[in-house]
Design a binder for this molecule. Structure first.
Ligand code: ZN
Length: 172
């Protein structure tokens, strides 16, 4: 597990590494449907297949509700975003992916541009400044983790599994 990181300790190399691992085309083109984003999050969260977040069982069934998975052992119901920073968000997963890309790019660019990120998120998604501010804060806290955080790992498609494991082992 990643330990919390303090913003001041995040080097510019961290943002550069994330930036280099972004898809060759824009994130909204690479992950062009919500379904594709959901499948990506699912494979990053559970590379060895779904497991129940309550009891750890891999005996999971599909149900037709908003939380489409149910554990056959403990009856716990969950969705791909349950227990993540995107849980209960009014934004699509694709918007989270795009926002993460914007934050990474801004951090690579300049401090001045970085400071405008909330305003740019507000305009891009037509959300209130407060929602944009919270979105940025949650994502940034996740992205500065040594592994790049959950959404970072989703959009950094060029980061191989080996790299991710290496980073996780040596930096956290
Ligand atoms: Zn369970």
């Amino acid at each position: 597990m990643d330990r919390p990181v303090y913003d001041a300790d995040v080097s510019s190399n961290h943002w550069m590494d994330l930036s280099k691992a972004l898809p060759s085309i824009a994130v909204d083109k690479h992950f062009h449907t919500e379904g594709k984003c959901i499948r990506r999050l699912k494979s990053v969260r559970w590379p060895k297949g779904l497991t129940c977040s309550a009891c750890g069982s891999s005996n999971i069934g599909k149900i037709k509700t908003r939380k489409p998975y149910q554990c056959r052992e403990c009856r716990h119901q969950f969705s791909v975003t349950s227990g993540t920073i995107c849980h209960r968000s009014h934004l699509d997963l694709q918007q989270w992916f795009i926002a993460a890309e914007m934050i990474i790019s801004a951090n690579v660019s300049s401090r001045r541009i970085e400071l405008q990120t909330s305003e740019r998120l507000k305009q891009r998604f037509e959300i209130t400044y407060k929602v944009a501010f919270d979105l940025r804060k949650k994502l940034r806290t996740d992205l500065i983790l040594p592994s790049g955080g959950l959404i970072g790992r989703c959009i950094c498609v060029k980061q191989s599994a080996e790299t991710q494991e290496h980073v996780a082992l040596h930096k956290s």
